[in-house]
Design a protein around this ligand. Structure first.
Ligand code: BGC
Length: 505
């Protein structure tokens, strides 16, 4: 039975056939009611600060570049390096983050991310020359990478099962708030080109993250993996609602870890048993980026410039509100619905909206020149009709991304792998996500120069369509299931030798 036929409306299914992966499982009767305790609040603060710093450090550079260029008289190549090496640092940080999260624990990995954020921000703020500034960019990038692996992992393992989607989405919400705050601060400080303050400001929340992570609970799942049941019970006690059976919860974790008490090797991550979740994690990580989100986040100013937003102020306003604020608000939709509607519905609806809006933006760019014209001629023109269509198209794109691929990708990546290989597998997916982000942000302008803006946006649209079909076929519904139950999905697939789907993994 293929997954497609399993989901086709009206398809007959006899009582004995397994539940299609695209349908949510019946709610476990034993699922405890989640209660928002003080410790759960601490977990949430760790998640929010990690995401916020991730977003801030990603968004802030757009407004800082002008001041940096005039301080150091940089060549275009170094400008690109200063902009994009945060993503390289993040790629390396993500790979190291998996090792750290598995070896020293999720909480301590977040501690290290907090230190890197603080040190990186300080290096950037006091950089005497461009070389040191690039070092600061790499260090902060490493912090972003470590946090990008450790914080959602931490959220997924410490949140009550029925809130897991919301917690990981809260991480995404914090990323968008960080980007928005960065755009706002850039706007306020741009008049004086205070780039040192823009970049250095991240040290303050970095330090706060460090101190909160010092007292935050460690993941009981990680402690169980390290065979520290007593410590796991103590930490579980902190986050479990009063009256919850902590020992029974630990037993469930223990039986999932089962003979998996030691840590999986790298070759196990790529073992055929886990090929399916790895394929899903990598696919989601790649589709999140190749559909163009960061081309828009990083180059929004230029796109709006080309669309006729001729003054600096009008571009900053469009970027801050149409991209930054809309991104934040739409992520709230995901938080409200991810644990009710499920991951698949949000992904499919979002990819559809992204595909359609990208086609529209591509069509509008038939009437617009990119890169943006500069100088007096441009300053006199207001946004054309095509410019307004572009603005609406981009807003629709951001809305569609923010309630779907933005949060859902991180949620799914953090819940599909068995505990034994979770740290490393999440790290690989995160690194591939950063690698894809690096390629897209590095080559967006060259692509526009080579094939034109319309074709570039249509290329992103084509990836959205391919992504839709791929999600429809391969991504199972995981809402409301414990991390242990999700492992049953892959086991179920392996036990269906006659299934064309299972024979492919
Ligand atoms: C992505 C980032 C992106 C952000 C935008 C995240 O989920 O991983 O690359 O910049 O969403 O909100």
């Amino acid at each position: 039975m293929s997954l497609i036929s399993a989901t086709r409306p009206g398809a007959k299914r006899n009582a004995a056939s397994p539940r299609p992966l695209t349908e949510p499982p019946p709610r476990s009767p034993a699922a405890p009611r989640a209660v928002f305790t003080a410790w759960i609040a601490v977990v949430l603060v760790v998640v929010l600060f990690s995401g916020g710093l991730f977003g801030y450090d990603q968004g802030v550079i757009s407004g800082a570049l002008a001041g940096i260029k005039s301080t150091f008289a940089l060549s275009p190549l170094i400008v690109e390096v200063v902009t994009s090496w945060v993503t390289l640092g993040a790629l390396l940080g993500a790979l190291a983050g998996g090792e750290l999260a598995d070896n020293i624990g999720r909480r301590r990995a977040v501690l290290i991310a907090g230190s890197l954020f603080t040190v990186g921000a300080a290096i950037q703020a006091f950089a005497p020359d461009a070389a040191i500034l690039v070092v600061g960019r790499l260090v902060i990038g490493a912090g972003v990478g470590v946090a990008a692996v450790a914080a959602p992992l931490y959220a997924a393992e410490l949140a009550p099962a029925s809130w897991r989607g919301r917690f990981v989405s809260a991480y995404q919400l914090a990323i968008t708030v960080g980007i928005f705050l960065a755009y706002l601060i850039d706007g306020w400080l741009s008049a004086n080109a205070d780039w040192r303050i823009m970049l250095g400001a991240a040290a303050v929340p970095g330090l706060l993250l460090f101190f909160v992570a010092l007292v935050a609970p460690e993941s009981p799942r990680w402690l169980m993996k390290k065979q520290r049941r007593a410590d796991a019970a103590r930490e579980m006690q902190k986050i479990a609602p009063a009256g919850d059976d902590v020992e029974a919860n630990l037993d469930e974790i223990a039986s999932a870890l089962n003979h998996e008490s030691s840590r999986g090797t790298w070759s196990e991550v790529f073992h055929r048993d886990w090929r399916r979740p790895l394929m899903i994690g990598l696919g989601l990580a790649i589709f999140q980026q190749v559909t163009g989100i960061n081309a828009i986040i990083y180059y929004a100013d230029q796109i709006f410039g080309a669309a006729g937003f001729a003054t600096e102020a009008s571009r900053t306003t469009a970027t801050t509100w149409a991209i930054g604020a809309v991104n934040v608000l739409s992520t709230l939709i995901a938080i409200a619905f991810i644990d009710h509607l499920g991951r698949r519905k949000l992904l499919l609806a979002g990819l559809l909206g992204m595909g359609v809006s990208l086609i529209v933006v591509g069509a509008a760019f038939q009437f617009i020149a990119m890169p943006a014209p500069v100088g007096a001629a441009a300053a006199s023109a207001g946004p054309s009709a095509a410019g307004v269509v572009t603005l609406l198209g981009l807003v629709t794109f951001i809305v569609s991304f923010a309630f779907s691929l933005g949060p859902v990708v991180w949620t799914v990546i953090n819940e599909i792998f068995p505990g034994r290989i979770r740290g490393r597998a999440v790290a690989i997916c995160t690194a591939v996500n950063w690698g894809s982000a690096f390629l897209v942000s590095q080559f967006f302008l060259s692509l526009v120069a080579a094939i034109g803006s319309s074709a570039t946006f249509w290329l992103f649209a084509a990836f959205s369509v391919i992504g839709w079909v791929w999600v429809y076929i391969y991504v199972p519904e995981t809402k409301g299931q414990s991390l242990e139950q999700i492992q049953g999905i892959w086991k179920g697939l392996r036990k269906r030798p006659s299934s064309p789907e299972s024979s492919r993994i």
